[in-house]
Design a protein around this ligand. Structure first.
Ligand SMILES: Cc1ncc(COP(=O)(O)O)c(C=O)c1O
Length: 403
C-alpha cells in the first residue's frame, strides 16, 4: 500500500474514487476498447461469451448470461420461473429498490420481510412467518446486502419446505462466499448480479449477469434477454431487449483480473476500521446501544469459512446523531451515504400494499441509523486514519452533547 504524506487536515476521502482506479487500469483498458471498436462487433460476440464463461467459473456455476443491468437480471430470472401477475415474491424491505421493483414490473406483488440487526440481511424467521399470511408466494429473493452472504442454508430450507424457488439477488456480492465457502449465486436456482459502476466489479455504464446451474433456465433466460427470440425472428414468448454491450464485456474482463485483489483490499480496510473503532469502544452491529460502549456499531465480520467482500462498509449510530455525524464527516471532506433511508415497505409507490409504520421495525430502525463509509481498495493509509479519527471524534462529541 502506498504511503500518503499529506497531513490529516488536508486529506479528502470521497465515498468512491473511480478515477483513482482507472488511473491504475488505463494501460490495460484502452487497448481492449480500441479492439472492440476496430472489430465493430458491439452486440454479442467473443467478449460477451468469454465474460459469461469466466463469470460462470468465478461464481461456481455452469452458466452465466449477460444482460443490460442488475435490475433486468432479476426480472429475467423471475420471468424464467414463470412468475407473473397474481403471484407474490418474498423480498427484504431493507435493500435497493430494484429488488422489489423487478417483482412489480412483472405484475407480481413483493411481500416485504424484516432484516437481521447484525448483518441487515433478510431475516429467516420473518421469511417463514410471511408464508402464514400471504397467498401465491412463488419465490424468495434474498439479497446479499453490502457484500455479505444472507443465510442461504435457512433460505433454501424455507424454499424447500414451502416448495418455492430461491433466487439470489447478488448485485452487491460478486465473489462473496457463504459459511460453506460457496460463492453466492450458485446455491439458489438463479443468481443475479449488477455491473453498476460503483459495484466491486463495475463497468463503464450499466450491465448485469445471471448465473444458474439449470440448462433449461439458462436457455430460456438467453432467449428472454433478446425479445424471446429463437431462432432469429421467431418468438414463442415475449422477452425484452436486455443485452450486455461487447464494450462493457471487454472492460469487465480486464477488471475481473483485479477483482480478488480489490476485495482483499476492502477486507484489509474493513479490518483497519474495525480495530480502530473497537479500540475506541465501539461494538459489532447487533449489539444494542448502551451506557458502557461508544454508540457506534461496526459491520458484523464474516462468519467462519465465509467471505465478505465489503461492497459497502456500513456503520450504525443512534438515530438522533446520524445526520450530524454525516455533516461532521462532510466538513472534514469525507464522503458517506445512507443505504437506505426509506425501507421499501414504506415507499410511497408501495402504499397500496398497506404496510404500516412499525410493521418491520428492524428495517425501519436500520434506515434511521446506518452510514456507509469509504471502503474501496485504493484508500491510502492517511485516508483510512482520517476516516477513523473523524468518526470517533464526531460520535464522542455528539454523544457528549446529548447528555
Ligand atoms: C441489491 C441490488 N439489487 C439490484 C440492483 C440493480 O442493479 P442495476 O443498477 O445494475 O440495475 C442493485 C444495484 O444497485 C442492488 O444494489
Amino acid at each position: 500500500m502506498p504511503t500518503a504524506t499529506a497531513s490529516a487536515s488536508a486529506v479528502t476521502v470521497p465515498l468512491l474514487d473511480l478515477k483513482a482506479q482507472y488511473a491504475t487500469l488505463r494501460a490495460e483498458i484502452e487497448p481492449v476498447i480500441k479492439e472492440v471498436i476496430e472489430s465493430q462487433y458491439f452486440i454479442g460476440g467473443p467478449h460477451i461469451e468469454q465474460l459469461e464463461r469466466e463469470t460462470a467459473t468465478y461464481c461456481q456455476t455452469r452458466y452465466a448470461i449477460g444482460c443490460a443491468n442488475g435490475s433486468d437480471a432479476i426480472l429475467l430470472a423471475l420471468q424464467a420461473l414463470d412468475i407473473k401477475a397474481g403471484d407474490a415474491v418474498i423480498c427484504p424491505s431493507y435493500t435497493f429498490f430494484a429488488t422489489a421493483g423487478s417483482v412489480h414490473r412483472l405484475g407480481a406483488t413483493p411481500v416485504f420481510v424484516d432484516c437481521e440487526d447484525s448483518t441487515y440481511n433478510i431475516c429467516p424467521e420473518s421469511t417463514r412467518a410471511a408464508f402464514c399470511c400471504h397467498k401465491n408466494i412463488k419465490a424468495i429473493l434474498p439479497v446479499h446486502l453490502f457484500g455479505q452472504a444472507a443465510d442461504l442454508d435457512a433460505m433454501l430450507a424455507i424454499g424447500k419446505e414451502f416448495g418455492v424457488a430461491v433466487v439470489e439477488d447478488a448485485a452487491q456480492a460478486i465473489g462473496t462466499e457463504d459459511a460453506h465457502g460457496q460463492r453466492v449465486g450458485s446455491r439458489g436456482v438463479i443468481g443475479t448480479f449488477s455491473y453498476f459502476p460503483s459495484k466491486n466489479l463495475g463497468g463503464f455504464g450499466d450491465g448485469g449477469i445471471i448465473t444458474t446451474n439449470d440448462e433449461a433456465l439458462a436457455q430460456r433466460m438467453k432467449r428472454l434477454r433478446n425479445h424471446g427470440m429463437e431462432p432469429k425472428y421467431y418468438h414463442d414468448e415475449v422477452g425484452i431487449n436486455s443485452r450486455l454491450d461487447a464494450l462493457q464485456a471487454a472492460i469487465l474482463l480486464v477488471k475481473m483480473r483485479h477483482l480478488d485483489a480489490w476485495s482483499s483490499g476492502r477486507q484489509r480496510n474493513a479490518a483497519f476500521y474495525g480495530e480502530a473503532f473497537a479500540a475506541a469502544g465501539a461494538r459489532v452491529s447487533g449489539t444494542a446501544f448502551d451506557r458502557d460502549s461508544l454508540p457506534l456499531r461496526t459491520p458484523k465480520p464474516a462468519v467462519k469459512g465465509a467471505r465478505h467482500i465489503y461492497n459497502q462498509y456500513t456503520i450504525r449510530v443512534p438515530a438522533y446523531m446520524r445526520d450530524a455525524v454525516r455533516q461532521d464527516l462532510a466538513e472534514r471532506k469525507i464522503g458517506s451515504e445512507i443505504y437506505y433511508p426509506v425501507p421499501l415497505h414504506l415507499q410511497k409507490c408501495f402504499a397500496s400494499l398497506n404496510y404500516a409504520k412499525g410493521s418491520l421495525p428492524r428495517a425501519e430502525q436500520a434506515a434511521l441509523e446506518t452510514i456507509a463509509l469509504p471502503i474501496y481498495a485504493d484508500l491510502l493509509p492517511a485516508q483510512l486514519q482520517h476516516v477513523t479519527t473523524s468518526v470517533i471524534e464526531s460520535v464522542r462529541m455528539r454523544a457528549t452533547n446529548a447528555q
